[in-house]
Design a protein around this ligand. Structure first.
Ligand code: BT5
Length: 319
């Protein structure tokens, strides 16, 4: 089904092509061709039908087939105008046995951050979850979180935004507040969920929320958010999403490349940090990140390796 839709889309982009011609070429009925054409129209494609057949001139700004078209990564994309949470939907798909699927939405009504915090997801953003079944042990899954953060940072940097990464999962943009103090504003966050045995995960869901064509005023102000709209102007969400998925796909194939790529954009390294971990608070200088994504903190007395937690950047101590 998905594949036929893609082939119909390919043919229409190269069109015009008549319904009977297309039916013959794809070896499906004329009714099936018509159904796919109607489905593409529903997704916002401007399919013209003239005397020499169907043709497509314009792509919708966003949508499943639009993102799949020309995507150099092996994902099927399921698009929703509005959905409670793409991660929740991806979990349902995981139960059904799906693999390499991306759930994408224009708006989420129940988006979640880590520790069940709310993730504000108004229309105009890029809210997506990648569901995959990699052959990795559960302990390596954090590398997927870092990979998603790197993928978003790279796509944002290509779009002209000075995106950096704050350990472990925040894509931030440095700036100054009204008093001229340095601040880092959050552009995107990643929430990874998984299920499986210790030696091999059954599935991983990497949920990524990117504040794209959104006004910062529509996001919770205490979070100090920023958006692509505020930093550089509205982006083509179709292309931006493709770039994120392509970068992510490259990195997951080469997990050893993730940490070095992450270090390149890190704002946390060299800073004094306070990390709230399940085992207590760790304060010191963030000196490194080690595979698959742990933060190494020099407390002055010892080096502590932190695998999970909330990280706050502190001001340097005055000598
Ligand atoms: C995260 O959590 O940063 C992970 C966010 C993951 C969201 C994606 S969207 C697609 C997929 N489907 C979902 O339901 N979730 C994933 P955390 O580090 O816990 O940050 C959450 C905190 O960020 C909140 O407590 C707010 O303070 C702040 N926040 C909420 N919405 C925000 C936004 N749109 N931009 C910036 N900060 C936000």
């Amino acid at each position: 089904m998905q594949e036929t839709r893609e082939r119909v889309l390919d043919a229409l982009v190269d069109g015009p092509v008549t319904g009977p011609e297309l039916a013959e070429r794809l070896d499906v009925s004329r009714a099936a061709v018509w159904k796919h054409v109607e489905a593409l129209r529903d997704e916002g494609f401007d399919v013209e039908s003239g005397s020499d057949g169907y043709a497509i001139d314009e792509f919708p700004e966003f949508g499943g087939s639009a993102v799949e078209y020309g995507l150099e990564a092996p994902f099927d994309v399921e698009f929703h105008e509005s959905i409670p949470s793409t991660n929740a939907r991806a979990r349902d798909l995981a139960q059904e046995g799906a693999d390499d699927v991306v759930v994408l939405a224009d708006e989420q009504t129940g988006g979640r951050g880590r520790l069940d915090r709310e993730w504000s997801s108004p229309s105009g953003g890029i809210w997506l979850s990648v569901l995959a079944r990699p052959d990795i042990p559960a302990t390596h899954a954090p590398a997927y979180t870092l990979a998603a953060a790197v993928a978003v940072a790279r796509a944002a940097r290509e779009a002209g935004v000075d995106a950096r990464i704050k350990w472990p999962n925040d894509v931030v943009v440095p700036g100054t507040d009204a008093d001229g103090e340095a601040v880092e504003r959050k552009l995107a966050g990643v929430l990874t969920e998984m299920e499986g045995e210790a030696d091999r995960v059954s599935w991983v869901i990497v949920g990524t929320g990117i504040n794209a064509n959104v006004d910062p005023g529509d996001l919770p102000s205490e979070a100090e958010p920023t958006t692509l709209r505020a930093e550089t102007g509205d982006v083509d969400r179709r292309v931006f999403t493709q770039r994120v998925l392509e970068e992510f796909d490259d990195l997951r194939e080469d997990l050893d490349a993730v940490v070095p790529a992450w270090r390149e954009y890190a704002t946390t390294l060299g800073k004094r940090v306070r990390v709230d971990t399940p085992g207590g608070e760790v304060v010191g200088e963030a000196v490194d990140v080690s595979f698959p994504g742990a933060l190494v903190v020099d407390t002055g007395d010892e080096r502590v390796t932190v695998t999970a937690g909330d990280c706050e950047h502190l001001r340097p101590v005055e000598d």
